[in-house]
Design a protein around this ligand. Structure first.
Ligand SMILES: Cc1cc2nc3c(=O)[nH]c(=O)nc-3n(C[C@H](O)[C@H](O)[C@H](O)COP(=O)(O)OP(=O)(O)OC[C@H]3O[C@@H](n4cnc5c(N)ncnc54)[C@H](O)[C@@H]3O)c2cc1C
Length: 392
C-alpha cells in the first residue's frame, strides 16, 4: 500500500496537536498537515481554561473559535481573606477544538479512531496498517508521566452540575480554600457556565497521585449543599492527576523519549511547573512552529528541543517554588502560601500564571515574612519530591 504523504504529520489530536494543526493551517497554508488521533474525536472530552493575560495578543485569532465561555474576572477565597480580581478568564472545549480543526484541514487530513504504532522523524506507522510519509513528524501524544523529574501532584475531580435554581455566581472562583484541609492544599474551583450550570472541581496539591473518586464526589456534593445548590443532574465529569514539577534532569528527560521525533505538549514538558496547565505553552509553541523555515524531521526535532530547553530554563524559579510548597509547608498549612500569594499585586499574579515573572516579581514573591519556617524553606530547596515518571 502506498503511504499517505504530507509535509507535517502530527501525532495525537489533543490540545497541543490540535493547536499546531490550526496554527500551521492559518499561517502556513503552503504546508499539507495531517493529524492522527486514536480517539473518535480530537481532544477527547475536556474543558481547558486559562487567564486571558496568559496569551500573547497574536494568539487571539488562534484560540477564539475554541472559546466556549468567557468572564471578566474571578475571585479567590481563603479562611481570612477574599479577593475579586479583574483578569479575564476563558474556557475552551474539546468539542470546539474538534470542530475547528475539522473545518480547517482538508478532507482526509484528520484521521481519528486510528492508533499511532510507531514513528520516526519522517514516517508514521498506524494501527490499521496504513503508513504516512512526511517531511517532518511532531509527536503530541500527551503525557503518561515525566521521567527524570520529581515533585508532587495537582489532582482533582470535576463535575458539571445542572441546578434546579440559579447559583448566583457571575464569575469563576479559581480557589475556594475555605474547605477542610486534607491530602495537601485542598480547594474548590467553580466555573459558572450558565445561570444554572456550574462546573465544580475538588482539587488538591498533594504528595500522592492517588485519587479517591467516591470520596471527592462526596466532598463536591457537600460543597454544593453548603452553597444551597439543588443539583438535578451531573452532565459531565473529569478527573486529573497532573505533575507539579519541583526538580529534574532535563537532558536525561529529553534523551529518554522521542526517538529523534520532534515533541510538543505536556509530554514534552511544555507546562507551567506549578499549575501544570499547558494551554498557554501549547499556544506559544504552535505559533513558534509557524515561523520556522525548515520543516524536515531532524530540523523540527532540533527546534522543539531548543524551545523546550529554553522553557525548562525559564521554569527554574517556579520549580523552586514547587519545592518550597511541597517541601517546606506542612500539607495542612499549604493554603497559607497561596493566601499570601493572592495578596500580591494583580499584574504580578498575571505574569506568574503566564510563566513570565520578572526579577522584581520574584523578589516580591519571596520577600517578607514567609508563611512557612525559614529552616524548612531552606531545607526544601535541596529536595527533589517524588518521581513523576509514572502517573496514577
Ligand atoms: C482533566 C484535566 C483538566 C485539565 N485542565 C486544564 C486547564 O483547564 N487548562 C490547562 O491549561 N491545562 C489543563 N490540563 C492540563 C493539560 O493542559 C492537559 O492535560 C492537555 O490536554 C495536555 O495537552 P496535550 O496535547 O499535551 O495532551 P492531550 O490533550 O492529552 O493530547 C494527547 C492526544 O494524543 C492522543 N494519543 C495518545 N497516544 C496516541 C496514539 N498512540 N495514537 C494516536 N493518538 C494518541 C490522545 O488520545 C490525546 O487525544 C488539564 C488536564 C486534565 C487531565
Amino acid at each position: 500500500m502506498q503511504p499517505d504523504t504530507c509535509d507535517i504529520a502530527i501525532l495525537g489530536g489533543g490540545l497541543a496537536g490540535g493547536l499546531i494543526a490550526l496554527a500551521l493551517s492559518a499561517r502556513r497554508p503552503d504546508l499539507r498537515v495531517m493529524i492522527v488521533e486514536r480517539g473518535e474525536k480530537l481532544g477527547g472530552h475536556h474543558i481547558w481554561s486559562f487567564f486571558a493575560s496568559d496569551l500573547p495578543s497574536t494568539a487571539q485569532a488562534l484560540v477564539e473559535p475554541m472559546i466556549a465561555a468567557r468572564w471578566d474576572g474571578y475571585s479567590v477565597h481563603f479562611p481570612s481573606f477574599s479577593r475579586a480580581l479583574s483578569t479575564p478568564y476563558r474556557s475552551v472545549t474539546s468539542e470546539r477544538l474538534d470542530l475547528a480543526v475539522r473545518a480547517t484541514l482538508p478532507p482526509g487530513c484528520v484521521l481519528t479512531g486510528v492508533e499511532v504504532v510507531s514513528a520516526t522523524p519522517v514516517t508514521v506507522a498506524l494501527g490499521d496498517g496504513r503508513r504516512i510519509a512526511a517531511r517532518g513528524v511532531i509527536d503530541a501524544r500527551g503525557s503518561n508521566g515525566l521521567p527524570h523529574m520529581g515533585g508532587g501532584w495537582q489532582k482533582f475531580l470535576g463535575r458539571m452540575l445542572c441546578l434546579s435554581t440559579p447559583h448566583g455566581l457571575t464569575a469563576p472562583i479559581v480557589m475556594d480554600g475555605r474547605v477542610e484541609q486534607a491530602d495537601g492544599y485542598h480547594f474548590i474551583y467553580c466555573l459558572p457556565f450558565s445561570p444554572t450550570e456550574i462546573f465544580v472541581e475538588d482539587t488538591y496539591y498533594s504528595d500522592s497521585p492517588m485519587l479517591d473518586v467516591p470520596k471527592l464526589g462526596r466532598r463536591l456534593a457537600n460543597y454544593a449543599a453548603l452553597q444551597g445548590w439543588q443539583v438535578e443532574t451531573i452532565s459531565y465529569e473529569e478527573t486529573g492527576v497532573l505533575p507539579v514539577i519541583a526538580s529534574g534532569d532535563f537532558d536525561a528527560f529529553w534523551a529518554a523519549g522521542g526517538n529523534g521525533v520532534a515533541r510538543a505538549g505536556a509530554g514534552a514538558g511544555l507546562l507551567h511547573p506549578l499549575t501544570s496547565y499547558s494551554l498557554p505553552e501549547a499556544v506559544r509553541f504552535a505559533l513558534h512552529l509557524t515561523t520556522l523555515d525548515n520543516f524536515s524531521g531532524s530540523s523540527l526535532e532540533r527546534a522543539s528541543h531548543a524551545w523546550v530547553a529554553d522553557h525548562w530554563r525559564r521554569g527554574r524559579f517556579y520549580r523552586m517554588l514547587s519545592r518550597m510548597l511541597f517541601g517546606a509547608a506542612r500539607p495542612d498549612v499549604r493554603w497559607r502560601v497561596l493566601e499570601r500569594f493572592y495578596r500580591l499585586p494583580e499584574p504580578l499574579i498575571e505574569r506568574f500564571y503566564a510563566g513570565q515573572s520578572t526579577l522584581t516579581d520574584r523578589l516580591r514573591i519571596l520577600a517578607g515574612k514567609p508563611p512557612v519556617s525559614v529552616t524548612a524553606a531552606l531545607a526544601s530547596l535541596a529536595g527533589y519530591g517524588r518521581p513523576l515518571a509514572d502517573l496514577a
